[in-house]
Design a protein around this ligand. Structure first.
Ligand code: ADP
Length: 340
């Protein structure tokens, strides 16, 4: 019986597309690998590189040596036992700080296939199937190497809760660990398991042992926020006098994701202005004006419009000694879209 009849159809289409993009034949795959192929992204299909990531310079440097080089230049690591390629790396930190972005950029930089393991797509009513799907993740990763198996929210799959909740989860976890160990012993395999979590404390010793290198991706400090804004605004039309450092100082407590949202909201303002001018027959051209400092500041102001937020803001506001005009510093609570 084929419990994934519908999925299989979709997977076959994905497989065809994937072999076309990879320029390789994927005929020798089984039905479970075909299903997993639906979660595979070819490096050419990834549109982010390390230069798309602001801040995190030290992490990027370490990942280059630790993950990219062994996938790209395995011959450099084939001598001796000191420099065995890593088979497991953990990225941990609050949501929206760029863990997934970093994982995708890593695959792009390493020119490795990115296999995004989604627990939901591994789950099956049929116990045996769940295990076979887990196996398929590893066998496909092997066939497509160099490859990165990315497990977002690894705690929900391999963490403590996973052990206690479901029998299927327990089986999948056991299978995953066994295959992962197989990978670790096979020094020639150019396959890396990259895991991410917001709750590292949910991971037990057994998992942490398999993820010997862990990087904290924390909330960005003011310098990192400035780098992130720099990256986000790199290709945008902005006024020359936009003071990115000052803007970064207004965004205390914001993650990269919050800053992205801020920039997106600000980018609408010149367009709104243009449309308004057109409405009154005042428009002199079809191009919206450049983004300016006040666009960002007004988004920040608007995002704390409700009375409750204003009250909370009053009680929380503080004045920064570096803050030029003694303007209140904004915090995550000023963003309805900010991380919880
Ligand atoms: P996480 O996986 O840590 O929850 P994501 O990688 O999904 O966070 O980040 C969400 C979005 O926020 C990204 O797609 C990107 O647009 C933006 N972002 C987060 N961190 C950064 C960063 N350091 N540099 C540039 N953009 C970032």
């Amino acid at each position: 019986m084929d419990p994934h009849r519908i999925d299989t159809k979709k997977a076959t289409a994905c497989k065809k597309e994937l072999s076309k993009r990879l320029g390789r034949d994927l005929k020798q795959t089984n039905m479970y690998e075909d299903i997993i192929a639906g979660n595979v992204v070819n490096p050419q299909g990834i549109d982010v590189t390390f230069s798309s990531i602001g801040g995190l310079e030290d992490v990027k440097d370490s990942l280059y040596e630790l993950a990219i080089l062994p996938l790209q230049r395995p011959e450099l690591f084939s001598q001796g036992k000191l420099l065995r390629p890593q088979k497991g790396v953990l990225l941990y930190g609050p949501p929206g700080t760029g863990k997934t972005l970093l994982a995708k950029a890593l695959a792009k930089e390493a020119r490795a296939v990115f296999i995004n393991v989604q627990i939901a797509s591994l789950m099956s009513k049929w116990l045996g199937d769940a295990q076979k799907l887990v196996t398929a993740v590893f066998t496909l990763a092997h066939k497509l190497q160099p490859s990165i198996i990315f497990i977002d929210e690894v705690d929900s799959f391999l963490g403590r809760r996973g052990v206690t909740s479901h029998e299927v989860m327990t089986q999948m976890k056991t299978e995953f660990m066994a295959l992962w160990d197989g990978l670790t012993t096979d020094q020639n395999a150019r396959v890396l398991v990259l895991a991410a979590t917001n709750r590292p404390w949910e991971l037990d010793e057994a998992i942490l042992r398999r993820l010997p290198r862990a990087f904290e991706i924390g909330m960005p400090d003011v310098k990192q926020r400035a780098s992130i804004l720099q990256v986000l605004l790199k290709e945008e039309r902005v006024e020359d006098d936009l003071d990115i450092d000052y803007l970064a100082s207004l965004c205390d407590g914001c993650s990269g994701s919050d800053l992205t949202e801020l920039c997106k909201q600000a980018a609408y303002l010149p367009i709104r202005d243009l449309l308004e001018q057109e409405k009154h027959g005042l428009s002199s051209g079809k191009v919206a004006r450049k983004l300016k400092q006040s666009d960002f500041e007004s988004v920040l102001m608007n995002n704390r419009s409700s009375k409750a937020a204003a009250f909370e803001y009053q009680s929380k506001k503080h004045y920064d000694k570096n803050n030029r005009d003694n303007i209140p510093v904004f915090t995550t609570s000023d963003f309805p879209f900010a991380c919880n």
